[in-house]
Design a binder for this molecule. Structure first.
Ligand SMILES: [Zn+2]
Length: 451
């Protein structure tokens, strides 16, 4: 079979390789979804090239963003749970809405989320699913050619909403079946992430036995939340007489295959435990501010060598899925505390790309632009009035982290296939998606009966 070749000729290539090289004089060649080589621009013979040439002399090529904590099932609830604390937010809104999902509402919720993620430059996600109909989320990810880890949310204890849970056995069994069906499918683009929601909604048995299932699925992850909110941490203490991370550790579920969102209210000794076990922290600055949860000490995590990457969390606690907003906030919120030199633009840009790939153990094939890696790529138009006017390397990271937004994203490719061209999705018709979303939301609100 003849291979499908694409040559992209941009203005710059921001590689995010080990030396953080930026190329001004090179194009990249992609063959069957893999970056095969860099080619000097002045050696390209345009008339003779035997593949597609994408000549974009004004655009900047970057690796696709990697978000290590999102909830696609919640996209439909954007704007419906504002100005609440975490536990109220869950009890009064999010749990009742998630429980009211049927396959149709869940499908459009996932599609709306994926559309927003892709058109703002995200090519890989770690998603926490919901209890019911999780196969719909996988179908939506596959249809959109997304690179993703996802898994049904596991809940076997629920004081906030007792009817929104399963038995331990049911939760374990259905998770195992979904992992068997979807893990490592679509040429490895789709992987399973077991998702016990958080300590307050899971029995110790569920947390432990879920972790044991990982050994049957190499490359799968264990995905949960920790130490997001002071009341949550207090309740964990009351129940188990331990701090949140300590409790996870006592169950033996922390390792480099574990990704925990937030990690805000942690002690120094818990931070050391995260480091010792190799546990990954998914930092979600917008959600942490909006829910009033606090500010995770990211500079300290980085100093100690704990893996940190970024995620938008769910649309009802953000209310946005753009990595640009997370990068900007991840930098800004630390500066009043740690000084303006902390969390510089390059550090943050790496968290949004290669560090996300490392967190998920997929950095051998994505997260940076290097020959041999898969072509998960984004082209940005930085010739806009929201950008600096100097053309030097320092300004590129600053432009992207502090100034750019979704409006600068032109084209997005996942494993060599375009999913966004000229700012528009090739997967979805945005107007139809919004219309369908409105219809399904109306019906879901009737089912949920939330006052
Ligand atoms: Zn979350």
């Amino acid at each position: 079979m003849k291979s499908k070749k694409i040559l992209i000729v941009p203005k710059h290539i921001i590689t995010v390789n080990e030396r953080d090289e930026i190329y001004y004089d090179k194009a990249i060649e992609i063959s069957d979804g893999i970056i095969t080589s860099f080619i000097d621009k002045d050696k390209i013979e345009y008339g003779k090239y035997d593949g597609e040439i994408y000549n974009v002399p004004d655009y900047t090529l970057i690796p696709g963003f990697i978000q290590t904590h999102v909830h696609l099932c919640q996209t439909l609830f954007r704007g419906l749970a504002d100005d609440l604390e975490l536990l109220d937010w869950l009890q009064k809104r999010i749990f009742p809405y998630e429980m009211a999902h049927n396959p149709e509402s869940l499908r459009v919720s996932a599609q709306l989320g994926i559309h927003e993620l892709q058109t703002s430059g995200t090519t890989t996600i770690l998603d926490m699913g919901t209890i019911n109909h999780q196969e719909v989320v996988f179908e939506s990810l596959i249809e959109a050619r997304m690179r993703a880890f996802s898994g049904k949310c596991m809940v076997d204890e629920n004081e906030l909403m007792p009817e929104f849970k399963e038995t331990t056995e049911e939760s374990l069994r259905t998770s195992y079946e979904l992992a068997k069906k979807y893990h490592n499918t679509e040429n490895g683009k789709i992987k399973y992430a077991f998702a016990p929601r958080f300590v307050l909604s899971c029995s110790g048995e569920l947390l432990r036995k879920t972790y044991e299932m990982l050994s049957d699925f190499p490359g799968a992850l264990y995905h949960s939340h920790t130490s997001e909110n002071k009341d949550e941490v207090e309740e964990v203490r009351r129940r188990y007489n331990m701090e949140n991370v300590e409790y996870f550790d006592s169950l033996g579920v922390l390792s480099e295959n574990t990704v925990l969102a937030h990690g805000i209210h942690v002690s120094e000794s818990e931070r050391k435990t995260l480091k010792k076990t190799g546990t990954r922290i998914a930092h979600c600055p917008s959600a942490n501010l909006k829910l009033g949860s606090g500010i995770a000490n990211i500079p300290e995590y980085l100093k100690e060598g704990v893996s940190v990457s970024l995620g938008a969390d769910g649309p009802p606690c953000n209310n946005n899925l753009s990595m640009f907003k997370e990068m900007r906030l991840a930098a800004l919120i630390q500066k009043p505390i740690h000084g303006s030199t902390s969390m510089d633009a390059l550090t943050v840009f790496r968290l949004a790309t290669i560090e996300g790939a490392k967190a998920l153990h997929i950095d051998n094939y994505t997260g940076s632009i290097e020959p041999g890696k898969k072509a998960d790529l984004v082209l940005l138009d930085l010739n806009k009035t929201n950008q600096s006017l100097l053309d030097n390397e320092e300004n590129l990271y600053s432009d992207i982290v502090y100034s750019a937004g979704k409006e600068n994203v032109k084209d997005v490719m996942i494993e060599g296939e375009w999913v966004v061209r000229n700012g528009r999705s090739l997967i979805y018709d945005e107007n139809k998606l919004v219309e369908k979303g409105r219809e399904e939301l109306k019906k879901l609100l009737e089912r949920a009966n939330v006052k």
